[in-house]
Design a protein around this ligand. Structure first.
Ligand SMILES: Nc1ncnc2c1ncn2[C@@H]1O[C@H](COP(=O)(O)OP(=O)(O)O)[C@@H](O)[C@H]1O
Ligand SMILES: [Mg+2]
Length: 260
């Protein structure tokens, strides 16, 4: 089954062209804007499995390519997820690649240029990626509290597709589709998110994503009031302490339907 994905612009065509040309792709965009859903959709469309690796500080190149392990007295090689993806000709998706250390990512270099080769130093194997193998990375460039950055030389290895939230009317359709709420409810949630996103520069926080709107819509579909859902899913997560300021609550009251 192909997951539901609302197309934003020309990202599907460009992704298909990159796949045909065997080029790696970098998805950038705020958290919860649809990057993971897009990859699941493209994988299904191309009939390729998607292997996702969530990147973090402790990720080593051995976590990517594999390692020797002792199993009942024998030392055997265990493929890591990157190696498995190359062997299967799958789409390998490195989520939040900016979280990984630069030295762990060095193993990707030979895969992201014309060589399309993975060198397994420890086992001595050299793997040539089949045509159907694709490397896709994602990161959120607006995540301002992150001191980490990708090296420009690394970024330049990829075709970069900059993703963002859908236009309001289509974002509301996503909410309807994902949660089953009525369209006017979805439109009010999107209106609230839009007003917060527009004040983002003043507040310095990560604005509410499509993901939190879907979560809020699901709570409403299950019986919560619009204000309850907005407060718990959209407003509270904006602050560290989870306490919603009066200003934000007023902003919400202006967009949402209030119970009598
Ligand atoms: N374009 C879209 N089409 C369909 N659903 C979307 C879209 N964008 C976001 N969503 C919804 O928002 C949720 C979060 O999106 P996700 O792909 O996980 O975001 P990201 O990977 O960018 O953090 C999805 O599970 C889906 O319900
Ligand atoms: Mg994601």
């Amino acid at each position: 089954m192909i997951p539901h994905y609302h197309v934003n612009a020309n990202e599907v065509q460009l992704f298909l062209l990159a796949y045909e040309q065997r080029l790696p792709v970098m998805l950038t965009g705020p958290t919860g804007c649809g990057k993971t859903r897009f990859i699941e959709y493209m994988g299904a469309k191309l009939q390729r499995p998607v292997l996702t690796i969530s990147c973090h500080d402790d990720l080593t190149s051995a976590d990517l390519v594999g390692r020797f392990m002792v199993s009942s007295g024998d030392v055997i090689w265990n493929d890591g997820p990157l190696t498995r993806a190359v062997k299967q000709g799958a789409i390998c998706y490195l989520d939040e690649v900016v979280e990984a250390r630069h030295d762990s990512l060095a193993v990707l270099h030979s895969l992201t240029d014309h060589r399309r080769t993975l060198y397994l130093d420890r086992s001595g194997e050299v793997l040539h990626a089949p045509a159907s193998f694709m490397l896709v990375c994602s990161y959120n460039p607006a995540y301002r509290s992150s001191i980490k950055e990708l090296k420009p030389s690394f970024r330049q290895r990829f075709v970069t597709l900059a993703m963002s939230y859908l236009p309001a009317d289509r974002e509301a359709q996503v909410l309807v589709q994902e949660s089953g709420v009525a369209l006017p409810v979805a439109q009010r949630l999107v209106a609230l998110a839009t007003s917060i996103r527009n004040t983002d520069a003043a507040f310095h926080f990560e604005p509410p994503s499509t993901r939190v709107l879907v979560t809020a819509a699901s709570l409403i579909a299950a019986g919560a009031t619009e204000m309850e859902a907005a407060e718990t899913c959209i407003l509270a997560p904006l602050s560290n302490d989870g306490i919603t300021s009066d200003g934000l609550r007023e902003l919400a009251a202006a967009s949402l339907e209030m119970p009598n």
